[in-house]
Design a protein around this ligand. Structure first.
Ligand code: ADP
Ligand code: MG
Length: 558
């Protein structure tokens, strides 16, 4: 490489950092993110309160939520954030672990860099360590029976055990647990090989402020946060034949440019009559199909609503696109985009469609749908914050179930699996030798950061905890870990029910290693000058898009 020849002409104000300096600055940035997230790991993790530029407040200990809300600027930090988001999208869990592990891998790389070990050797060593760790992970994983509902209930209980503090906590957890388990097993489909599959799309979470979390309910069907359009319409329809529309029941408004010249009052009357006639014809056409419920994404004119009511048809308008899709899927309806395509064949079916009072509002319940694999968890709660956090916790628990359904294998949590893998990696390292051995040993040490952080959240002496864990694992207690609730070392975390889906831990290892290695590979950072004050507003508007673009750039490079 021809060093020192300036081939790049940078814009004024752009900065460029090379070599070790670039590497150090990236490592530092990634470690700062990890440091910030550490204290929220595990059930004793602290909550973070994040206030955005608009003054909106989020309180959470959910890793990916914290990262999404934090306005991260440094490119290396952004890469870590993107990795956590990818982890979240892939398995829906383990995001905090990924960030902590990636940060720790980079931290442990520093002394090696100080010894002048080339980054490429560290990268290679980390890769080998990861592969070995994955191999050992499947060796120690325990097979479980996903159809054992009671066992799965216990398992999900531990995911929720850290959440909801306060007096009603136990009651709330049990309530949510009942709904989660029931929902998951309702939508799960047995595969030919005996395993279960579930799609999170089949479980809708609808939040309605008011009441308490204990008033939440599981509905075997779909709940729409809408009222029936017209007071004259039935509020309850049994054996519903449902027309799902993506078309308005309105007469198209004339163009803004079109001008209607009215010279005679009778012309207005004729015009209105004509409109009424068109609407009546629409409603007649719908009634002819036998439909007794109409659900549309678009509007319904008051006159059309009146005619529908006269025919005894219940109607709901301005339903969200995503809900329209769910209703169609659940009831077997075809979404119709034009009234002329309405026919008996496109109708969906459900045993009951009913408007019910929920707190101060009314909602429409569609139950006993043709496809029984559609459920709604209707959450109630005193505040938006409480509802949002409950939704995140439920989503987490559902992800745990989905991951175990997909791959019914577990490992001990509370850092047990990490300590065991670290022990095994150290043994492996000695067979590799050379400088790579050092990198593999560094990887092992990085894994131990998970139990160390957990012990820290429980106020334990971290060094003592680690020593004891290593000792127990050397004695063959492979699931010895940190009981953070009681603040002590436990010989078998699986007995406590603190277990983790293997699928999540696999993904944690892969994502964290990939992120750390990607940063270790960079030896040149070219940063454009920050935008001038005047341009700021413009940049902020397009902020989201820019961020997306930035991340995909990373994605394609590594
Ligand atoms: N009751 C518990 N005791 C000890 N460790 C636990 C317990 N529950 C969960 N953990 C551990 O906490 C870690 C997960 O913490 P969490 O906050 O869910 O972060 P992540 O975003 O990585 O999933 C795992 O290592 C898990 O084994
Ligand atoms: Mg988790």
């Amino acid at each position: 490489m021809a060093a020192g020849v300036p081939v790049l002409i940078l814009k004024e104000g752009a900065t460029r950092t090379y070599g070790r300096e670039a590497l150090r600055s990236n490592i530092l940035a990634a470690r700062i993110i990890a440091e910030a997230l550490k204290t929220s790991l595990g059930p004793r993790g602290m909550d973070k309160m994040i206030v955005d530029a608009f003054g909106d407040i989020t309180v959470t200990n959910d890793g990916v939520t914290i990262l999404k809300e934090m306005d991260v600027q440094h490119p290396a930090a952004k890469l870590i954030v993107e990795t956590a988001k990818a982890q979240d999208a892939e398995v829906g869990d383990g995001t905090t672990s990924v960030v902590v592990l990636a940060g720790s891998l980079l931290e442990k790389a520093e002394p090696l860099l100080d010894q002048n070990i080339h980054p490429s050797i560290i990268i290679e060593g980390y890769k080998k360590a990861m592969e070995k760790a994955l191999e050992e992970l499947s060796n120690i994983a325990v097979k479980i029976n996903p159809k054992d509902k009671e066992y799965m209930r216990k398992l999900v209980y531990t995911t929720l055990s850290s959440k909801f503090v306060g007096q009603e906590a136990e009651e709330i957890r049990n309530k949510l647990l009942d709904m989660i388990i029931e929902a998951a097993y309702t939508v799960a489909v047995e595969q030919p090989d005996g395993t279960l599959r579930m799609s999170l799309d089949d479980i809708k979470i609808e939040k309605k402020k008011g009441g308490s979390l204990l008033d939440s309910q599981l509905v075997k069907g779909i709940v729409l946060d809408k009222e029936v359009v017209h007071p004259g319409m039935p509020k309850r329809v049994e054996n519903a034949k449902i027309l799902v529309l993506d078309a308005p029941l309105e007469v198209e408004k004339p163009d803004i440019t079109a001008k209607i010249n009215i010279t005679d009052p009778r012309q207005i009357e004729a015009f209105l009559e004509e409109q009424t006639k068109i609407l009546k014809e629409m409603v007649d056409k719908i009634a002819e199909t036998g439909a007794n419920v109409v659900i549309t994404q678009k509007g319904i004119d008051d006159v059309a609503a009146h005619f529908l009511a006269k025919k005894g048809i219940m109607a709901v308008r301005r339903v969200k696109r995503s809900d329209i899709e769910k209703v169609a899927k659940a009831t077997g309806a075809k979404v119709v985009t034009s009234i002329k395509d309405v026919s008996p064949e496109v109708l969906g079916e459900a045993k009951l469609v009913e408007e019910r009072r929920v707190g101060k509002d009314k909602m429409v319940f569609i139950e006993g749908a043709k496809n029984p694999r559609a459920v709604t968890i209707l959450l109630r709660g005193a505040s938006d914050m409480a509802l949002d956090e409950a939704e995140r916790n439920i989503t987490d628990a559902l992800h745990v179930l989905r991951n175990i359904f997909m791959k019914p294998m577990i490992v001990g949590g509370g850092g047990a699996v990490e300590v065991e893998l670290a022990e095994r990696l150290r043994k492996f390292a000695s067979t590799v030798g050379g400088k790579e051995q050092l990198a593999i040993e560094a990887y092992a040490e990085a894994l131990e950061e998970i139990p160390v952080v957990l012990a820290d959240t429980a106020g334990m002496d971290t060094l003592e905890a680690l020593m004891e864990l290593r000792k127990l694992h050397r004695e063959g207690k492979i699931w010895a870990g940190v009981n953070v609730v009681e603040g002590k070392i436990e010989e078998d975390m699986t007995k406590l029910g603190v277990v983790e889906p293997v699928r999540v831990r696999e993904q944690v290892l892969k994502s964290a290693t990939e992120a750390a290695n990607a940063l270790l590979k960079i030896d040149d950072v070219i940063a454009a000058a920050p935008p001038k004050e005047g341009k700021k507003g413009k940049k902020e508007e397009g902020g989201e898009e820019e961020e997306e673009g930035g991340s995909s750039k990373f994605g394609s490079e590594f």
